[in-house]
Design a protein. Structure first.
Length: 156
């Protein structure tokens, strides 16, 4: 049906599902410090046609929080993101593209956060106004700012 566009088997470009997780009052985002990119980022994964399910599952796995819910079933942001060449689990991964489908989720900021050491080194709630100070990926700052602007201008 989709060939290999949903998995990393496609070494040129594949679809990833991302979660921009906000607290109840929409002032903070739940971010993880990814080991590979050495940057603060949202949780994201690939490999399943149910992209909202993948986003939910990955947030739970990468952050430890379990009380999350979609704010909206619709896609929040659709972007094409460059991924630099890197080594993962001892294997070189060539530069490629992520066709990023992002959803807005709400999480409980009072839950205990858990690091997933094979993927990240830290997890924390970051105030919207500080995200640009944490992220060192300029292309991601543009996306986070776009998403935050959407949240602040709407009633979601």
């Amino acid at each position: 049906m989709f060939d290999d566009v949903l998995t990393r088997d496609n070494e040129i470009a594949h679809i990833t599902s991302s979660a921009f997780v906000v607290n109840k009052n929409r002032s903070k985002a739940l971010m993880v410090h990814h080991n590979i990119s050495n940057s603060w980022s949202w949780a994201h994964a690939d490999g399943d046609v149910d992209l909202l399910y993948v986003a939910n599952k990955e947030v739970k796995e990468e952050t430890g929080i379990q009380n999350i819910k979609p704010v909206d079933q619709n896609i929040l942001s659709l972007d094409i993101l460059p991924v630099l060449g890197h080594t993962k689990k001892g294997k070189y991964i060539a530069p490629h593209l992520h066709i990023s489908v992002a959803y807005l989720l709400e999480g409980d900021e009072n839950e205990t956060l858990v690091v997933k050491p094979d993927e990240n080194s830290s997890v924390q709630w970051i105030p919207f106004r500080e995200i640009n100070m944490y992220s060192n990926e300029s292309h991601m700052k543009v996306i986070y700012n776009k998403i935050i602007s959407k949240i602040e201008k709407s009633s979601i």
